[in-house]
Write a protein that binds this ligand. Structure first.
Ligand code: HEM
Length: 121
């Protein structure tokens, strides 16, 4: 796939990814089930890494310089239920920001494949 027809380009590039990630974390941080995981997290750094991560997995011209998914979530005891909550907020953020359904599904499929690296319980 050339970068011209990457998912990143199709969904609207940097501007779209930033809007989706910002909306996504607004939803995550409002959820009392999820909030405790993020106490003590530097939210600006998290946002910057998530923008890089989503850009990179969608084929954008951006490199991700954070920890790998297993390292980043190790020791948090993340449950499958909470993983699914997070994935649902990503789906909502994609939809709310006008990402077409087939593109959203492709992104959500990639994220779902990370479940074994993120979930510990
Ligand atoms: C759905 C798939 C997920 C993806 C793609 C993802 C992605 C990321 C990324 C890119 C980072 C930044 C890592 C770094 O800065 O080095 C991160 C950190 C973090 N994630 Fe996730 N994440 C996912 C699911 C979850 C879930 C389900 C939870 C909790 C319920 C969670 C909680 C956290 C927390 C608390 C941090 C910050 C850790 C710290 O303070 O350093 N993540 N995640």
């Amino acid at each position: 796939m050339s970068s011209a027809d990457s998912l990143y380009t199709k969904i609207g590039g940097r501007e779209a990814v930033e809007a989706v990630v910002s909306d996504f974390y607004d939803r995550v941080f409002e959820d009392p089930n999820l909030k405790p995981y993020f106490e003590g997290t530097d939210k600006d750094a998290l946002y910057a890494h998530q923008v890089q991560f989503i850009s990179a997995v969608t084929g954008g011209p951006v490199s991700y310089d954070g920890d790998d998914m297993q390292q980043a979530h190790e020791g948090m005891g993340i449950t499958e239920e909470d993983f699914d909550r997070v994935a649902t907020y990503l789906a909502e953020a994609l939809e709310a920001n006008g990402v077409a359904e087939d593109n959203a599904e492709a992104i959500l499929g990639q994220v779902a494949s990370l479940k074994p690296e993120v979930v510990e319980q």
